[in-house]
Design a protein around this ligand. Sequence first.
Ligand SMILES: NC(=O)c1ccc[n+]([C@@H]2O[C@H](COP(=O)([O-])OP(=O)(O)OC[C@H]3O[C@@H](n4cnc5c(N)ncnc54)[C@H](O)[C@@H]3O)[C@@H](O)[C@H]2O)c1
Length: 265
Amino acid sequence: MAIVKSGILDLSRREKRVKSLSEKSIVVTGGGSGIGAATARLAAERGGRVLIVDRDEAAAAAISESISRSGNVRYFIGDISDPATCELAVAEAIDQWGRLDILVNNAGGGRLLPTEDLTDEDWRGMQAGNLDTAFFMSRAALRPMLAQAAGVIVNVASVHGQVGLAQHVAYGAAKGGVINMTRAMALEFAGRGIRINAVSPGVIRTPAFDVAVGEAGAQAFIDLHPIGRLGTPLDVAKAICFLASEEAAFITGTNLLVDGGFTAQ
Ligand SMILES: NC(=O)c1ccc[n+]([C@@H]2O[C@H](COP(=O)([O-])OP(=O)(O)OC[C@H]3O[C@@H](n4cnc5c(N)ncnc54)[C@H](O)[C@@H]3O)[C@@H](O)[C@H]2O)c1
């Protein structure tokens, strides 16, 4: 037992020393909460210089404050469903760090909506919040990345962009769009030094999940995952930071499922 324990400790110490994103300039959208916050924190721990982009100032400030004790982080406040705001966010990263190496398009989210009650506003809002955000940020980031002839984009999609779920019509369409936008964009820029990939999480235990579902409802969601638990924000952050790093130098146009076996069934 003592040997196993010391093995785990050694591994976690070694993991902390990994500086796979050393000196990289990184933008994480939606970095004020959940998966984005975990990604911003891990990217900073791995040596990155992180700009959190979020519309929630209190959340972005709080996460930045806690990361800044050990890492290099700034934040920018704005709603990135607006293309002009995306240009400003990218300009802020360049102002802060002189270049933009990695963009993580994480901002977004969905809720179950019965299709017959889905309003025009609901539909458009879901596309704007999940697909427009990723496209507008990518377009803004591609210009400096092309000038550098180097860059990485990681899009956060969802298992529901790959498999259907009743009442997730608008969200599924938006995340399916993110996955195929990833493939098309990856092909367009593969020969110009830019890699573009997606991750598709299963159900992740975020603070919002605990508020919406709680302990009592959690088991039904756990049962969807053959691994026998929900994902954590850190599970997804690790996949994002892997795809963003040189470890993934030969990977582009892929959709990495981070879903505990959800879609393998
Ligand atoms: N949590 C899950 O179970 C799960 C599963 C699959 C995919 N995802 C995807 O992962 C991503 C993150 O999810 P989460 O659960 O961590 O979300 P979250 O709600 O905890 O955090 C999202 C953050 O993004 C910000 N944001 C949202 N829209 C924005 C906009 N237009 N402009 C600026 N900031 C904006 C919010 O203010 C918030 O801080 C989303 O794209 C979501 O669809 C989540």
